[in-house]
Ligand binder design. Structure first.
Ligand SMILES: C[S@@+](CC[C@H](N)C(=O)[O-])C[C@H]1O[C@@H](n2cnc3c(N)ncnc32)[C@H](O)[C@@H]1O
Length: 183
């Protein structure tokens, strides 16, 4: 990761799926380093297609689980971390597989700058409750930035609707967006 340290601004997307979001962010923020992490090979192929088509020099793909690259990420490395529509792992016994849990919140905090932002979206009410409670319990690490219920229901303007999100809305699910600042 050290070779990317010279970028003043760095964005990480964990679970990039087809890569629409991170490709959009790379185009909108040409001076930022963007890292897409996605273990599913179909997704990795699509992300590479975006990079190739858009000739984006500022984006890299890590084609495996985030938890494999995690130990190599220095403290305070990223300005923004996006986790959009992670797999919900709805059953209580699968709690530890969720991307945000009590213990993983500290891991995410470690690699974010102080003042850096965690952007989260889900269309799953069980995961939403789990994340909101765990983030509330970690309020000494992350401050909640959302200003009220209306903000939860509107995608922040810097992001686009991914294909996953389009399908979720078509199927009647309600996307919820949460923003936190690393303290
Ligand atoms: C429902 S999709 C959402 C994709 C994308 N974020 C979007 O909004 O369209 C969840 C993605 O998380 C990825 N994923 C699951 N476990 C992961 C892990 N340990 N590290 C990184 N990505 C992971 C999956 O392969 C899948 O592409």
């Amino acid at each position: 990761m050290a070779q990317y340290a010279q970028y003043n601004h760095k964005i990480l997307e964990i679970g990039s799926g087809g890569g629409e979001q991170i490709a959009h962010l790379a185009v909108q923020n040409p001076a930022s380093f963007c890292l897409a992490v996605e273990p599913f090979m179909n997704g990795v192929g699509k992300i590479c297609q975006h990079i190739y088509n858009g000739k984006m020099p500022n984006i890299r793909v890590y084609p495996d689980s985030f938890w494999h690259i995690y130990p190599d990420i220095p403290d305070g490395f990223f300005d923004t971390i996006c986790i959009f529509y992670p797999d919900p792992w709805r059953k209580a016994r699968h709690y530890e597989r969720r991307m945000i849990t009590k213990t993983k919140i500290a891991d995410i905090s470690r690699i974010l700058k102080t003042g850096g932002e965690l952007q989260f979206a889900t269309d799953d009410t069980i995961l939403l409750q789990s994340v909101m409670v765990d983030m509330y319990m970690a309020r000494n690490q992350f401050a909640w930035v959302n200003s009220g219920p209306n903000q939860f229901l509107h995608r922040p303007p810097q992001f686009i609707e991914s294909r996953y999100e389009t399908k979720a809305i078509e199927q009647g699910r309600v996307p919820v967006y949460l923003q936190y600042r690393n303290i």
